[in-house]
Ligand binder design. Structure first.
Ligand code: PEP
Ligand code: MG
Length: 577
C-alpha cells in the first residue's frame, strides 16, 4: 500500500478503481500499401466512418435533458459532415491514388480542408476548421482503436464508480465528470480554492489535489481510497485498512444524517443575532441540495458555467430560461453574478479576448464584460427579464474602480429603458451589488457603498490579490492564509462600510463555508454568509452554538496578532470557547 498527501477537498471518503487520464493527441504516420490491398483499406476506412456515425447517434440519443440545445445541433452538424464527399470520398481517392493507409489519407484530406477554411474572411466559416479536425479525430480513434482517456465528448466509457486521476482538471472538465457518476478525483496540480475545487465541492465529490506525481504511481484500475477531509489517498490498501476507511465513511454519513435535524431551526446565534445562510451555485443541478438544507436563498450564482463546454455563447433566450428556472425553483432571493470569465476560467468558443494571458490580473470578470458588451448586454437583458419572476439581484464581480461601477450602472439603465420600450416585464427596482475581491475595492468600500445596493466579499480572490498568490498555483498555496491580518482588516473594513451606508454585506468566498472561520466572521460582524450548500448545516450548527458577546477579547487578540502562528493560536481558543 502506498499513501500520497495533498490538499483535501470535501469532507467525504470515496473508494473506487482509478481511471488515469492520458494525453489525447493523435499522430498519424504514412504507410505505403500494396495495390492489391486498396479495397481492404477502403473497407476499413468506411467501417470506421460507420462506427463514428453510430457513436454520434448514440451520443444524440443519450443527451441529457439539461444539455444545451446547441449540443444536439452540434452533433447533427457532425453527422452531416460524415456524409460529405469532400471528406469521405476524397480521402478514399487519396488511398487509391497514393497507395497510402486510411489514417494518413484522412488526415491529409482534413489538412487540405482546414487550409481552405483558414483562408476564409468570414469568422464563422473559419471556425469550421475545428469541426473538421474534431470529426477527423473521431474517425481516427475508430481506425486506430484508441479509447479516449480524456475528459471530453469523445469519452463514452462508463466512468461510474471510478476515481479520476490526472495532472490537472480545468473547471470545464470538472463539470464534465458531473454527469458521469465518478466518485472522486485526484490531481497532481491544483489548490483548495481553485474553481475546480469549488465545482468538486458543489458536486459533493471528495478530491485530493496538489499530489505531485500521482499519475506516476497510480495505474488504471488500482484501488484508491480518497480521503478529502485529510487530503490523503491510499493506493491498493490492505483489507484491514479498507475496512477502517469504510467504517469512517459510514460515520461521516451518520453525522450528515444527524445534521438534518437543524434544517428547520432558525439561524440565530445563542445571543439572538439573526444570521442569513445562503448558498452558492454553479448550475441548476445544485438546487435540490439548496432546497434540502433550507438555505435563505442564493447568495452567489456563478453564471459563467452556463457558458462552458460549448462552442457558442448561450443566447439571451437560453440564459433567460436558465435564470428563470433557478428563480422559480428556489422561490427565495437569488443573487445572479454576471459573467466572471478570464484567468483560470476560460471559454471554449472564440471571442476576441484582448488579454494575452490567463493571468488572474488580466481581462477578467467585469473588465472583460465592459470590453465585450456583446457578451454582457444579452446577459443583463436575460437577468432583468428573469427578475419579473422572483426576487433577483445583479452582482458585478471584480470591480476595482468607481468608473467601472458607473459604466455598469449606465449599461443596466440603458438595458432597462430598452426593455420598457418593448413592454418586456422586469423588476424596475432590482438591486445591484458589487463583489469586493480586489484590495483596492475593499479600501474604497465606503465610496462604492454609496453607489451600490449591497456588497459581497469574495475572499477567494480578495486573499489571492491581497497576498499576491495565484489561487491555482499550488507552489504558492502554502501562503494562502484567510487569517492574515491584512485580509482580516480588509474584511472588517468592508463590513463596517456596509454598516455605515446601511446596506447588506455578505461573504461568499470558500471561507464562509469553513467552520473554522464561522466564529471569527461572526466576531467581525458578518450577518450574511453564502457558501456551497453542502456546508450550510455544519456552519449553522456553529452559528447556533455561538455567543458573540463572549468573542470580544479573543477577536482583539486575533486582529492584533503579530504573526500567523499567534493568530492561529487565538483562533483555536475562540473556537473552543
Ligand atoms: C471569490 O472570489 O471569493 C468568489 C466567491 O468568486 P469566485 O470563487 O467565483 O472567483
Ligand atoms: Mg472571485
Amino acid at each position: 500500500m502506498l499513501s500520497l498527501f495533498g490538499s483535501g477537498i470535501g469532507r467525504g471518503i470515496a473508494i473506487g478503481p482509478a481511471y488515469v487520464l492520458k494525453n489525447s493527441d493523435i499522430e498519424t504516420t504514412r504507410i505505403t500499401i500494396h495495390a492489391k490491398d486498396i479495397n481492404a483499406e477502403v473497407k476499413r476506412f468506411r467501417k470506421a466512418v460507420f462506427e463514428t456515425e453510430e457513436k454520434y447517434k448514440a451520443l444524440l440519443k443519450n443527451l441529457s435533458k439539461d444539455a444545451p440545445k446547441e449540443s444536439a445541433a452540434f452533433i447533427n452538424a457532425h453527422l452531416l459532415m460524415l456524409k460529405d464527399p469532400l471528406l469521405v470520398d476524397e480521402s478514399i481517392k487519396i488511398i487509391q491514388k497514393e497507395l497510402v493507409n486510411a489514417e494518413y489519407a484522412l488526415q491529409s484530406q482534413a489538412d487540405n480542408l482546414i487550409a481552405v477554411f483558414e483562408k476564409m474572411e468570414d469568422n464563422y466559416l473559419r471556425e469550421k476548421r475545428s469541426d473538421v479536425q474534431h470529426i477527423t479525430n473521431r474517425i481516427l480513434r475508430n481506425l486506430m482503436g484508441i479509447v479516449s482517456h480524456s475528459l471530453d465528448e469523445y469519452n463514452d466509457e462508463d466512468l461510474s464508480g471510478k476515481v479520476i486521476v490526472g495532472r490537472d482538471l480545468s473547471p470545464a472538465e470538472t463539470m464534465f465528470v458531473r454527469d458521469r457518476k465518478v466518485v472522486a478525483f485526484v490531481t497532481d496540480l491544483g489548490s483548495q480554492i481553485s474553481h475546480t475545487a469549488i465545482v468538486a465541492r458543489s458536486m459533493k465529490l471528495p478530491a485530493v489535489v496538489g499530489l505531485h506525481g500521482s499519475s506516476k504511481y497510480i495505474s488504471d484500475n488500482d484501488l484508491l481510497v480518497v480521503d478529502g477531509l485529510r487530503g490523503i489517498i491510499l493506493i491498493n490498501p490492505s483489507d484491514s485498512v479498507l475496512k477502517e476507511y469504510k467504517k469512517r465513511a459510514r460515520k461521516i454519513r451518520e453525522r450528515e444524517k444527524k445534521l438534518t435535524t437543524l434544517i428547520r431551526k432558525a439561524s440565530k446565534t445563542e445571543d439572538g443575532e439573526r444570521i442569513q445562510l445562503m448558498a452558492n451555485i454553479e448550475t441548476a443541478k445544485e438546487l435540490r441540495e439548496v432546497n434540502r438544507v433550507n438555505a435563505a436563498g442564493i447568495g452567489l450564482y456563478r453564471t459563467e458555467y452556463l457558458f462552458m463546454n460549448r462552442n457558442k455563447a448561450p443566447t439571451e433566450k437560453e440564459q433567460f430560461q436558465a435564470y428563470k428556472r433557478i428563480v422559480t425553483n428556489v422561490e427565495k432571493p437569488v443573487v445572479i453574478r454576471t459573467l466572471d470569465i478570464g484567468g483560470d476560467k476560460q471559454l471554449e468558443f472564440n471571442y476576441p479576448n484582448k488579454s494575452s494571458s490567463e493571468s488572474p490580473l488580466g481581462l477578467r470578470a467585469v473588465r472583460l464584460c465592459l470590453n465585450h458588451v456583446d457578451l454582457f448586454k444579452p446577459q443583463l437583458r436575460a437577468i432583468l427579464r428573469a427578475s419579473a419572476y422572483g426576487k433577483v439581484s445583479i452582482m458585478i464581480p471584480m470591480v476595482s474602480n468607481f468608473d467601472e461601477i458607473n459604466q455598469v450602472l449606465t449599461i443596466i439603465k440603458q438595458t432597462k429603458t430598452e426593455l420598457k420600450q418593448k413592454n418586456i416585464p422586469f423588476d424596475s427596482r432590482i438591486k445591484i451589488g458589487g463583489m469586493i475581491e480586489v484590495p483596492a475595492a475593499a479600501i474604497m468600500a465606503e465610496i462604492f457603498a454609496q453607489k451600490l445596493d449591497f456588497l459581497s466579499i469574495g475572499t477567494n480572490d480578495l486573499i489571492q490579490y491581497t497576498l499576491a498568490i495565484d489561487r491555482v498555483d499550488d507552489a504558492v498555496n502554502y501562503l494562502y492564509d484567510p487569517i492574515h491580518p491584512a485580509v482580516l482588516q480588509l474584511i472588517r473594513h468592508v463590513i463596517r462600510a456596509g454598516e455605515k451606508a446601511n446596506i447588506p454585506v455578505s461573504l461568499c468566498g470558500e471561507m464562509a463555508g469553513n467552520v473554522r472561520y464561522t466564529r471569527l466572521l461572526l466576531g467581525l460582524g458578518l450577518k450574511q454568509f453564502s457558501m456551497d450548500a453542502t456546508y450550510l448545516l455544519n456552519v449553522k450548527e456553529r452559528v447556533i452554538a455561538a455567543d458573540t458577546s463572549r468573542f470580544r477579547y479573543l477577536m482583539g487578540k486575533i486582529m492584533n496578532a503579530e504573526n500567523p502562528t499567534q493568530a492561529r493560536d487565538y483562533l483555536g481558543k475562540l473556537n473552543e470557547l
